[in-house]
Design a protein. Structure first.
Length: 63
């Protein structure tokens, strides 16, 4: 599976895996006013117990 297809699959599975859509996650992240990518990833992993893959995807999409 190429990277773009993998990303699309992860976004599609996000609701099943986390209970929230990519748009909902982006709203949560933007409320925090983070500057660095790693701050977003750490926040999502610590506060919402997301896997690194999903946290990284959300962080990239929230930029």
């Amino acid at each position: 599976m190429d990277p773009l297809s993998m990303e699309k699959a992860m976004i599609k599975n996000l609701i099943d895996k986390t209970g929230k859509s990519i748009d909902e996650w982006i709203k949560i992240v933007k409320k925090q006013n983070f500057v660095k990518h790693n701050e977003i990833v750490t926040f999502l992993k610590k506060d919402f117990l997301l896997t690194h893959g999903y946290a990284n995807l959300i962080a990239r999409k929230s930029k």
